[in-house]
Design a binder for this molecule. Structure first.
Ligand SMILES: [Zn+2]
Length: 382
């Protein structure tokens, strides 16, 4: 483990690092992935488990941290000074979610959607998972250019000849062998901590760097069976889905996220747009539950009801997109840990307020169980 101060991202180092990464990501896109012997499993950070062991699964959360510093080529905010506090606080929040679950709904699981080098600390996730009954499933993938530049490692890989294949090889390596260790140069060290999903993301309009990551995700998903989950930015879900399918990803493995507000870029509730996505065989995810009025429970429940009524209950997923620790101080880490913004993230809105609203609209307990428990079981096992 090298200290964070060794992490300065000079151009020379990132070129070096991407060369190392290319050499170390030696899994070819044609060798296929090693699957666990006993059939499909969900790859939690503590190892593979039977899908039936998950219970209610929140499909897009950030626990404990997001840190965009490296996107601006500055050092990440150190976690060491706040590590214990960070773990205790996040465990408390996840345990609260666990306590909302009834018989047949537990212990509960979260899909941790913080991608490569934006606050994804594999060993921290392992420690977190050991302290709560809630399962934690991590992701591979790079973030988009919506609110910050894409990570310079993704850009450096993508610009090379066969750039898309290089990105795909990195994803496949993380899926089959474990996540990159973010302490050190890019691609220098890998942990054995598994990932269970590929994260993809777009700005309002798909940018070239994002397109490369999407095609790479389709390749990696095809090769391994790993599902793909997306970030959209007020629209773009259909373009994402079309791109994945064009590159022969299985539609059932594609989850279009951040739905529920302006998904077709104009309508507050885009029922017809959602029907097009599920009509392609893809999944629709309402994963900003509890985020103010834009994603209020009544509004989300109406959109879910439309999908349930059109016979698509097996293609709907939920989450909050919450993260208790966030760093957006891009002026440079100061090393005290005080730069973290801490929010009282609530991981219980789906299982309490939203479930109530859905019931009011006549969505049955069985249908709610399908969406909260069975759909995640099916999509996350590979
Ligand atoms: Zn997110």
């Amino acid at each position: 483990m090298s200290p964070a101060s060794d992490n300065a991202l000079t151009r020379r180092r990132f070129l070096q690092a991407s060369t190392v990464a290319a050499a170390t990501t030696a899994v070819t896109a044609t060798t296929g992935a090693a699957k666990p012997k006993s059939g499909p499993k969900v790859r939690t950070v503590l190892g593979p488990v039977d899908a039936s062991e998950l219970g209610v699964t929140l499909m897009h959360e950030h626990a404990p941290a997001i840190d965009w510093a490296e996107l601006f080529e500055i050092d990440p905010n150190p976690i060491a000074p706040v590590r214990k506090q960070m773990l205790d606080f996040t465990v408390k929040l996840l345990d609260r979610f666990h306590q909302t679950l009834g018989t047949g709904q537990g212990p509960g699981a979260i899909v941790e959607c913080t991608p490569i080098r934006v606050g994804r600390y594999p060993k921290l996730l392992v420690e977190l998972a050991k302290k709560t009954p809630v399962h934690v499933i991590a992701c591979t993938g790079f973030w988009c250019e919506a609110m910050a530049p894409q990570h310079p490692w993704a850009l450096a890989l993508g610009r090379k000849r066969d750039g898309i294949k290089r990105i795909a090889r990195l994803y496949i390596r993380e899926i089959t062998r474990g996540m990159e260790d973010p302490y050190g140069d890019w691609g220098e060290d890998f942990t054995k901590v598994p990932v269970g999903i590929i994260k993809c993301a777009t700005s309002t309009y798909l940018r070239p760097s994002e397109r490369r990551c999407h095609i790479a995700a389709a390749i990696a998903s095809r090769e391994t069976g790993c599902p793909i989950t997306t970030h959209t930015t007020d629209g773009g879900g259909l373009e994402e889905a079309q791109l994945f399918l064009k590159h022969r990803a299985q539609p059932g493995k594609v989850i279009i996220g951040h739905q529920g507000n302006l998904d077709d870029r104009t309508e507050s509730e885009s029922h017809e747009y959602h029907r097009r996505l599920v009509g392609m065989g893809c999944n629709v995810q309402f994963d900003r539950v509890g985020h103010a009025e834009k994603y209020g429970n009544k509004k989300i429940a109406r959109q879910v009801k439309a999908l349930v009524d059109s016979g698509h209950v097996k293609q709907v997923y939920f989450s909050h997109d919450n993260g208790p620790y966030f760093n957006d101080d891009y002026t440079g880490a100061k090393g005290t840990g005080k730069e973290w913004k801490i929010t009282e993230s609530d991981y219980t809105v789906v299982t309490t307020g939203l479930v109530q609203e859905m019931k009011k609209l006549g969505i049955t307990d069985k249908q709610i169980h399908t969406m909260l428990v069975e759909n995640p079981q099916r999509v996350l096992a590979f």
